[in-house]
Design a binder for this molecule. Structure first.
Ligand code: G
Ligand code: G
Ligand code: MN
Ligand code: NA
Length: 248
């Protein structure tokens, strides 16, 4: 397709850039990290959402060079920050299936000088779905570098609980759909409570995504959620628009 062809030149044409969205500790309000979110400024179409172009990039293979660019660019930028916050980079299942991710991550950390403990990779359950042994092997090798692994969009996949048992994730990212009704519905609150209890039982911290109101944040605090991310705490923005020395 036309979009697929355009994606292959997007890097060279410097049409891609990164936004960062702050993540904060629920009990203390301190900044715990930033999620890296890719943006594509198309010469005619304007800003294209990753929800629209990532699937195309995965289909045509352009996600491999694009994903590598995101990882390198994010590590390079973060290595130059005045404060040592963590960055969380999204990995596509296609990257895990088709590249030697442990070798790439290792290379990028050396090239950019970013400390491995400052990098977190976010994967979805679909990453583990196709070739489970290969995926788990790659994730273990990445963790051995000192990089942490978060499971993204948790609760929306098919085999959530099984996936959690098969790999020692460092963080559970509770999908934002669970937050949407938490201030209005007891059922939604019960779901959030159950996932927090699961995290507690497995000793995996839970980050709630999509926090838009202070009522939602209050509920998360009451329920013992560790971290939060969402428009209430900060919109995704280029790093030069973030106040990196800001105290929480
Ligand atoms: O930033 P936004 O909410 O529009 O992102 C939409 C979707 O695109 C989310 O599911 C997010 O995980 C995904 N996404 C954003 N940046 C990247 C990226 O660098 N790589 C991959 N694989 N997915 C990304
Ligand atoms: O799938 P992933 O969790 O990586 O997607 C992150 C997406 O969620 C990004 O597209 C980001 O722009 C979006 N996002 C971040 N905060 C909020 C929020 O508070 N509300 C909504 N609706 N979307 C959000
Ligand atoms: Mn994510
Ligand atoms: Na998510």
């Amino acid at each position: 397709t036309k979009m697929a062809k355009e994606l292959w030149v997007a890097i060279e044409e410097k049409q891609l850039h990164l936004n960062y969205q702050v993540q904060k500790s629920v009990p203390t309000g301190e900044i715990t990290g930033y999620e890296v979110l890719l943006r594509w400024r198309h010469p005619e179409r304007g800003l294209v959402s990753p929800a629209d172009f990532i699937p195309v990039a995965e289909e045509c293979g352009a996600i491999l060079p694009i994903g590598e660019w995101v990882l390198r660019e994010a590590c390079r930028e973060a290595a130059g920050w005045p404060v040592a916050h963590k960055i969380a980079v999204n990995l596509s299942p296609v990257q895990i299936a088709h590249t030697d991710m442990p070798a790439l991550v290792h290379r990028v950390l050396i090239e950019t000088g970013l400390k491995s403990s400052r990098l977190e990779l976010e994967i979805t359950e679909s990453s583990i779905f196709s070739d489970k042994q290969r995926a788990l092997h790659a994730l273990r090798a990445i963790k051995a570098l000192g990089v942490s692994i978060a499971i993204d969009d948790f609760g929306t996949g098919y085999s959530s609980l099984e996936t959690l048992q098969s790999f020692p994730f460092d963080k559970i990212k509770l999908d934002r759909s669970f937050l949407a009704d938490v201030d209005r519905s007891e059922e939604a609150k019960a779901m959030v409570r159950a996932i927090l209890a699961l995290g507690q039982g497995l000793r995996i911290p839970v980050l709630a995504e999509g926090v838009e109101t202070s009522i939602q944040l209050d509920i998360l605090r009451q329920e013992g959620c560790h971290e939060a991310q969402g428009y209430l705490l900060g919109r995704p923005m280029p790093i030069d628009k973030q106040n990196l020395t800001e105290a929480a």
